[in-house]
Design a protein around this ligand. Sequence first.
Ligand SMILES: *Cc1c(COP(=O)(O)O)cnc(C)c1O
Length: 390
Amino acid sequence: MNDPLTTGQIHHPYAPPAGFDAFAPAVHKASTVMFANVAALRSRSWKSREGYTYGLHGTPTTFTLEARIASLEGGRHAVLAPSGLAAITLVNLALLRHGDEVLLPHNVYGPSKEQARTLLATMGVDWREYDAMDPAGLAAMVGPRTRLVWLEAPGSVTMEFPDLRALVAAARHGSATLALDNTWGAGVAFNAFDMGVDVSVHALTKYPSGGADVLMGSVVTRDEALAHRILQMHGITGTGVAANDAELVLRSLPSLRLRYEAHDRAAREVARWLSGQRQVVRVLHPALPGSPGHEHWASHCSAAAGLFSILLDERFAREQVDAFVDALRLFRIGYSWGGPVSLVVPYDIASMRTAGTAWRGHLVRFSIGLEAVADLQADLAQALAGAFGA
Ligand SMILES: *Cc1c(COP(=O)(O)O)cnc(C)c1O
């Protein structure tokens, strides 16, 4: 079989209009989709992907993108959502009912935890955090009311890489659905379904888009019944995506792997260089030996994205750390990642964690863009010297 991440994205089946043989999928935009007669109207349902009913439920452009996203990891069904967080919401709302329990890793993507704490709690869904680095602990927590277990690799901001296979085995003790937020891996670092999960969620906002100009998410599964529940929730919540946005992601997918590997190479170089700087007490990058869960990364992954964090010496004042971040010129201050511009955000890690390692020092998270590594290092060097002295 052709590589689904490169060849498969470039040669994905697409039928252009007759007489116009071009590669680029057309951008189809509509609210109304017309039916030839009442029988046609009655025979089509938005609950299946067999035909078109209304722009909100899909167009040829969004169906094409769904098929390509599903093929990235060998999934069978994909549903697009207006953001990565909306994709997470779809899974939660589709699978959780009053009285159910959902388990989240202690280092889960922050807004996912906030959603559990607020929306899910008001629905009467119980949520608990498990230590992502302790599969036995997870096994002990899974009970008869556990309906959904979220997984994420690596952990958000602190970058611990869990033993995913062991976590999946632990979570399988019950009857819960296992959903992985695979935004970091993007299907390139490892395949979600090879790890044994039921659902793979991506923020397409990040590497699949690659331009820092689209918000979109996807939910992919191999299971017909699960896909149906997610599609149903997608329809009743009105969470369709715009065709122009879908076009941007379609345009970026052929270079997904190439870009991912370039971000990865550059990030490892910058992270290694930073680990030699005296102000830096720790570099948290799963592909670097000594980073938490490095051995799991090595056994699960073939690549590592462009994301890492550093811990600056706790002796420094917070103002010095802020001055360091402010002094960076190429690294821009802002959330998200996966685009061409390198980004930086300082995090108050002690206030973000209730389990796992006790973190000391000031955490700064970097997303490495597509600039030249030498330029990024020079920028970091001048900012370190400026804020902390040479
Ligand atoms: C960015 C991100 C999301 C959310 O994606 P948005 O499109 O910004 O809503 C979810 N999970 C992870 C791990 C992310 O990094």
